[in-house]
Design a protein around this ligand. Structure first.
Ligand code: NAD
Ligand code: AKB
Length: 318
């Protein structure tokens, strides 16, 4: 049977772009988008309203479309999760169990579940953070991702569940807005810049974090899912690196395109979260095992973001 895909949490920052790419590869009818809320822009293809915490609803959709592979993107991200830790734990963990258990029962055959750089904490070596190192996350989001990684590995070892995972850095794209993370400033800054407004950053100027341009993140996701099973040697989650920069550095890069752009700094509760995360990541395992290689530098990403946001601004005016 050919791949039939269900993307859960498809209306979010990653889902919006991932669904488009998967439909290009596997065909529109073979990729079902689903979310608790309707997509904000038109998606031509199957869409189902699904609350991932409702296992019966999930099973019905999987049966209806004869789904083989699930990409589970629904979650509360770091900043939002800190405001409601119990709910975040419930959503982030039980969504994963619902999907892992369907694979254990043989109903689906492959799972993609994203982890995050948030699995690392203040005691982790912060430069070139290794794949295997001290992991003492200090946010509920990070704790849920770390626990999720352990469960993924457990389900692979005990039940042979083919679950694959990446520790995404902060993601930046122009097609969708981010959904409540600590790295969101790096998307918001572009929107303010092209609207010729000044930007107040909620992180301090020298807070360096690992980041990645969305096309690279989508490429990595497709690559890990298409890799032969025997190449996936890590069943918790793979470190993944793109670029690292601080608010000051990205602002300078934006200024090289928009000289009048100005930024000010007003750190809030998210500063503490950012301070607990690494500055850069060693992703040699992903490079060795499934030939991961990022394409975008800070310069290339900035030029592409500004070009595309300007194009969509022009379309809105027309
Ligand atoms: P997002 O917040 O933009 O999107 C999540 C989507 O899940 C939303 O559309 C939301 O409506 C949906 N959702 C929430 N509750 C749901 C429920 N009960 N049932 C079904 N859908 C529900 O998040 P994102 O940035 O697209 O992230 C997707 C995944 O990638 C998450 O697991 C996140 O932790 C991980 N990740 C993202 C980043 C990033 O920078 N975006 C970095 C690291 C990891
Ligand atoms: C967040 O800031 O919460 C996310 C992430 C790095 O997991 N972007």
């Amino acid at each position: 049977m050919s791949d039939r895909i269900l993307v859960i949490g498809s209306s979010g920052q990653i889902g919006t772009e991932l669904v488009q790419e998967l439909r290009t590869i596997y065909g529109v009818e073979n990729v079902v988008a689903s979310d608790i809320k309707e997509p904000h822009n038109e998606q031509n293809g199957p869409f189902e309203v699904l609350d991932i915490l409702n296992k019966e609803q999930l099973e019905n959709i999987i049966k209806k479309y004869q789904v083989t592979d699930v990409y589970l993107l629904a979650a509360l991200l770091s900043a939002t999760a800190e405001k409601n830790p119990e709910f975040a734990w419930n959503l982030n963990m039980n969504s994963l169990f619902n999907v892992l258990n369907l694979a254990k029962e043989g109903v689906i055959k492959k799972i993609f579940w994203p982890s995050s750089i948030a699995v690392f904490g203040p005691s982790t070596p912060s430069i070139n953070t290794p794949q295997y190192t001290i992991m003492e996350p200090s946010t509920v989001y990070g704790i849920s991702k770390q626990a999720g990684e352990r469960w993924c590995e457990y389900y692979f070892n005990q039940y042979g569940v083919d679950v694959r995972s990446i520790r995404y850095p902060g993601l930046i794209g122009y097609k969708s807005k981010p959904g409540g993370g600590t790295t969101d400033y790096a998307v918001d800054i572009f929107h303010k810049a092209i609207e010729e407004e000044s930007f107040e950053c909620f992180l301090s100027e020298n807070t360096t974090l690992p980041m990645m341009y969305m096309p690279d993140a989508i490429k990595a996701t497709v690559q890990i899912m298409q890799a032969p099973k025997e190449n996936i040697k890590i069943r918790s989650s793979y470190n993944l690196a793109g670029i690292s920069f601080s608010p000051k550095e990205i602002a300078e890069e934006i200024k090289s395109h928009i000289p009048n752009f100005s930024i000010s700094y007003q750190p809030d509760y998210r500063q503490k979260i950012a301070n607990s995360w690494p500055q850069s990541i060693d992703d040699s395992s992903a490079k060795n095992d499934w030939h991961w290689n990022p394409t975008y530098s800070l310069e290339k990403m900035t030029a592409d973001m500004i070009l595309n946001l300007n194009l969509s601004l022009k379309k809105k005016v027309i």
